[in-house]
Design a binder for this molecule. Structure first.
Ligand code: 3EB
Length: 357
């Protein structure tokens, strides 16, 4: 294995302006690029970027536009299939799909809501692509759902999404519980289409990690909706010889119960305790893995922009002053949660989101 191969997958979190430069300089190995900004900001971004109306936030909680870039050393191939676009090399495939619910008027007679249809369609298309391209293993899914906590058709929209997502898994013949379920996050955006983006691999199934402090999400009881969410707590993937940790969105949940309702600082502490437990579990499950809290690069979803200074301060206290964290303003999928944190580790990371950029 050459040094180059062993560093196959790279990530960058950059301000939008820096992202344009990076894109032009190194577009050859670019797998995919997501831009997080206000709905006004994401209307005016270059074509190569996927815009999501989930604004990034500076250290004072002001909205700004930032990008998440996934790339590899060397050449990638690009493709499109229906609403999906994707890029890949021999080891890894990045894809994204945006589905407009307006294209799925309600099928009242079979009782599927537009969002449920959109989610089912998005997941069916993703799995059909992965079968065709022979990338059998999803390493990580990211989902953004507009108005995620709003009720419509008698059900909260996150719960509608869960039903459609699970039907997408089932219709593709994919398992909906246990070690075959990918890591994921599902949070809000201000408006616009349902966005699903993902990384997939071939060669070996990622190791799925569950959290000993939490009930597996795919076993949540029915009080959280008619279908359980289909995600694992984390995954460890082998990508061209490199071990990469993908921590799913993690919140202040113990067992299956939301903890510290109304107290954002206590929610941050509970969330970090969950992340700590998953790092321990990942290192137990994967021989020779030595992931550490201070290796992680964090994405912090925060319901209220005014909580940024408090949450940032607490995370710096718990993880360290140099902790890399991108803050995004998003509704969390349970109304009683104020913050959700995801992270990755094990791959090179270009992090240029300044404290007061
Ligand atoms: C939780 O632990 C908080 O539906 O894909 C975290 C990660 C959460 C992923 C998803 C939801 C999802 O239940 C919410």
């Amino acid at each position: 294995m050459t040094e180059k191969d062993s560093r196959a997958l790279k990530c960058a979190y950059l301000p939008l302006e820096r992202c344009r430069e990076t894109y032009n300089a190194s577009s050859d190995g670019m797998l995919g690029s997501i831009c997080f900004g206000s709905s006004g900001a994401v209307e005016n971004i270059p074509d190569q970027l996927t815009g999501i109306s989930t604004p990034a936030l500076d250290a004072e909680g002001r909205e700004r536009a930032a990008c998440e870039l996934w790339s590899v050393d060397g050449h990638v191939s690009n493709g499109a299939k229906g609403a999906l676009s994707f890029s890949y090399n021999d080891h890894v495939l990045f894809g994204q799909i945006q589905v407009d619910e307006a294209d799925f008027p309600e099928r009242e007679h079979i009782g599927k809501t537009p969002l449920q249809w959109a989610a089912e369609r998005a997941y069916s298309e993703v799995f059909a692509l992965l079968d065709e391209m022979e990338f059998p293993y999803v390493l990580r899914f990211w989902n953004h759902v507009a108005h995620i906590n709003v009720d419509s058709h008698g059900l909260e929209r996150y719960r509608q999404f869960n039903t459609g997502r699970q039907d997408g898994f089932l219709s593709a013949g994919r398992g909906i519980a246990g070690a075959v379920v990918p890591a994921a996050s599902a949070v809000g955006c201000d408006d616009g289409p349902l966005t699903v983006y993902f990384l997939a691999g071939r060669g070996s199934c990622p190791v799925a990690i569950e959290n000993p402090r939490q009930v597996s999400a795919y076993h949540y009881p029915a009080v959280y909706g008619p279908r359980s969410p289909t995600f694992s707590r984390a995954s460890v993937a082998d990508i061209g010889g490199t071990r990469v940790l993908f921590l799913s969105g993690t919140a202040s949940i113990a067992g299956h119960v939301s903890m510290h309702v109304g107290d954002v600082i206590a929610q941050v502490r509970e969330t970090l305790a969950n992340i700590d437990a998953m790092i321990t579990e990942a290192n137990r499950m994967v021989p020779d893995a030595r992931f550490r809290m201070d290796d992680l690069c964090f994405k912090v979803y925060i319901r209220s922009a005014q909580d940024v200074p408090l949450v940032r301060g607490e995370l710096e206290r718990l993880v360290g002053k140099d902790a890399r964290m991108l803050f995004l303003r998003a509704d969390i999928c349970r109304r009683d949660l104020l913050v959700e944190i995801e992270a990755t580790a094990g791959h090179p990371m270009a992090f240029d989101i300044g404290r007061d950029a």
